[in-house]
Design a protein around this ligand. Structure first.
Ligand SMILES: [Zn+2]
Length: 77
């Protein structure tokens, strides 16, 4: 019995990780952990993680309080 997943991404020449991310996006799941995504393409936990990663990379000092992940964070608190 075949157990391979066959869908629109199966035959694309992209990495397995990228396919996973595309499937998660299609299904409205977090692209990192597969939890249901809130808005954007990640769950709250990973939205925050991605935001902090970007901050560190760019060396930003300011925080943009209107950013989606902050708003969701304050809703969750
Ligand atoms: Zn996640």
């Amino acid at each position: 019995m075949k157990r391979r997943i066959e869908d629109e991404f199966t035959h694309l020449k992209i990495s397995r990780q990228r396919k996973y991310q595309l499937r998660m996006q299609r299904d409205k799941r977090c692209t990192e952990c597969g939890e249901p995504a809130l808005e954007g393409s990640r769950c709250l936990k990973h939205l925050v993680k991605a935001r902090e990663r970007q901050r560190a990379k760019r060396g930003l000092k300011r925080r943009y309080r209107n950013t989606l992940s902050y708003r969701l964070e304050s809703l969750a608190a």
